[in-house]
Design a protein around this ligand. Sequence first.
Ligand code: KG4
Ligand code: ZN
Length: 339
Amino acid sequence: MLTLGIETSCDETSVAVTDGENVLSNIVSSSVHLHKRYGGVVPEIASRFHVEYIMEVLEKALAKARCPLKKIKLVAVTNGPGLVGALLTGISVAKSISYSLHVPILGVNHILAHLNSAFLNRDDKPKFPFVGLVVSGGHTVLFFCEKTDRYKILGQTQDDAIGEAYDKVAKILGLGYPGGPVVDRMAALSTGKNRVILPKINQDKNSLDFSFSGIKTAVLYYVRNVQRETLKDRLEEGLVRDICRSFQEIALDSLVEKTFIAVKKYNAGRIVVGGGVAANSRLREKLFTMAQINGVRVHFPEMKYCMDNAAMIGSLGEKLYRKGCRSDLYLSAEPNLKA
Ligand code: KG4
Ligand code: ZN
């Protein structure tokens, strides 16, 4: 069933053509370069970018898939969570196509779609049930998934999302936006294992919720102290690397620890990870190591499907449509849509 996926929830304008879990095309145009100087996504700029580029991205996606628009049998579009103005562009385009082609439209939850990414273009697909972990710029959610449409939320962040914490730490360290990839790289270059001691996250062992604002604030205080002592704004590069490493180890250990508490509690044999932070090299290393020790499998998406993309939306949309989920032309943007 050829499905057109549309994703415009944040700063990526993306359109894909999918057939089940096969991706025929997945075009992503990002406005990230326009947000860099503000240190975060500016909603108005993101919205304007979507309006400007969505038709071009749509044409490219159809051309790459060698699929004329009239062959599309379903339009799946992110309807939340996300920035309202950004979501509305994707939804409006989806409605126009659905109306003019007389094909169904289905609103798809962005967080759940991230979990679907690990199924895309894979020979070795995850099998249900599994513990799911969505780690992105806006979300940190731990799931137990029995089926595509049957899942339970085990825990989520009580404050900052993990990707948001990476972005804020990068901002404090003057490393630019987005922060995740650069903090990941800097941490890998660190040689001073115990030079920067930051407080561990105070984890409630009885809860599977997360909290990352404390570790972010600890980085801020650490940097301010160094600046006060050295009377310099700029930190020496080696120290920046060590701070990145220390922050990253603490933040990721908390994710890994809670994931494995969930694995044990639900006797799960598999873990599925999704979202931008799933691209993190150290998170992959830690989860693979722990998975091997505990005899479980861990599935990550291909790198290109970690970040926001329309293929995850199209593919999940088709699965849900086949299970009977329906939307109509009254579909609205839901900025605070829950998983
Ligand atoms: O899934 P995504 O594209 O957008 C949201 O749904 O939020 O995730 C973007 C987030 C950003 O916070 C970015 O800094 C983070 O993913 N990220 C990373 C890495 N690559 C991207 N975080 C840590 N390590 C990375 N390698
Ligand atoms: Zn996302």
